[in-house]
Design a protein around this ligand. Structure first.
Ligand code: ADP
Length: 219
C-alpha cells in the first residue's frame, strides 16, 4: 500500500517537499495556517487545509496519527514548530520529521520526541563545503558517527595501472572497495585483479577518517 504524508507549513522547505512528493506520485495532505499559502497549493496537494499546528484539537480532527509520515516544516516560528512536534507525537504519529532553524532548535526538537530532525541549509552548506574542499569526493554518506561511504575519483597517477590487490587498499588504507565505476560502467564487488585507470570512481566504506585520508591521497 502507498505511504501517506502530511506536510505542516508551506514555506520554502515545506512547499519544495510537497512538490517533490507529489511529482513522485505520492498522496500528500498540506497544512498551513496562512490562507494564501493553502490557496497557492490547493491544486497541487491531494488535500490542503488551513489549520493551526499549535492547536491539538485541529490536529486530532485531521487524523494525523493515521499518516505514515508527518513533516513539520515550520522554521521561523520555533514555538509553533516545537508545540506541533510535541502534539503530533502525543496523538500517536509514528514518524515525525521536524525542520530546525539552528542547533538549539534541533536539540529541543530531538528532546520533545521528533523521530528525525533536519537542518536543510546546514546540511546543504556542509555538502557544498565538502565538494569545494574535496572535489574528488563525489558522494559522501555518513553511516554513523564513525563510519562512512565515499565515492572517490582517482586522479593521482601513482594509483593507476595497479590492481586492487596490488594496492592492498584494505590493509594499507583500512577501506573496503564495494564498487568501481569506469566510463559509466559500474561493477559491484570488483575482482581483486581489477586494474585502476585515471578517472575511475571507487566506492569505499570505512571509518570517516580513513575515507577522507584516502580521498586526499588519490587526488
Ligand atoms: P521556510 O524557512 O522553509 O520558508 P518558514 O518558517 O518561513 O519556513 O515558513 C513556515 C510556514 O509555516 C509558513 O507558510 C507559515 O504560514 C506556516 N506556519 C507558521 N506557523 C504555523 C502554525 N502555527 N500552524 C500552521 N502553519 C504555520
Amino acid at each position: 500500500m502507498a505511504e501517506t504524508y502530511a506536510v505542516v507549513g508551506l514555506g520554502r522547505f515545506g512547499s519544495s517537499l510537497l512538490e517533490s512528493l507529489i511529482s513522485d506520485g505520492q498522496e500528500v495532505l498540506a497544512i498551513d495556517n496562512n490562507t494564501e499559502m493553502i490557496q497557492n497549493y490547493m491544486g497541487l496537494a491531494t488535500h490542503a487545509v488551513i489549520a493551526d499546528a499549535q492547536d491539538e484539537e485541529s490536529l486530532r480532527e485531521l487524523d494525523l496519527a493515521s499518516f505514515d509520515h508527518v513533516i513539520v516544516a515550520i522554521g521561523h516560528n520555533q514555538q509553533a514548530s516545537i508545540l506541533a512536534t510535541i502534539i503530533l507525537k502525543d496523538i500517536g504519529c509514528k514518524h515525525v520529521i521536524a525542520k530546525a532553524e539552528n542547533n538549539l532548535h534541533a536539540r529541543v526538537l530531538n528532546k520533545v520526541g521528533a523521530d528525525e530532525v533536519v537542518r536543510p541549509e546546514h546540511e546543504m552548506a556542509q555538502q557544498v563545503a565538502n565538494r569545494l574542499v574535496s572535489p574528488n569526493l563525489l558522494n559522501y554518506i555518513s553511516l554513523s558517527d564513525d563510519y562512512s561511504i565515499g565515492e572517490i575519483k582517482i586522479t593521482n597517477f601513482s594509483f593507476i595501472n595497479q590492481s586492487l590487490a596490488d594496492l592492498d587498499i584494505r590493509s594499507k588504507y583500512g577501506l573496503n572497495v564495494i564498487a568501481v565505476k569506469a566510463h559509466d560502467q559500474l561493477s559491484v564487488s570488483p575482482e581483486a585483479d581489477y586494474v585502476l585507470n585515471i578517472g575511475d570512481v571507487l566506492t569505499v566504506i570505512g571509518t570517516s577518517e580513513d575515507v577522507q585520508k584516502f580521498d586526499r591521497l588519490v587526488s
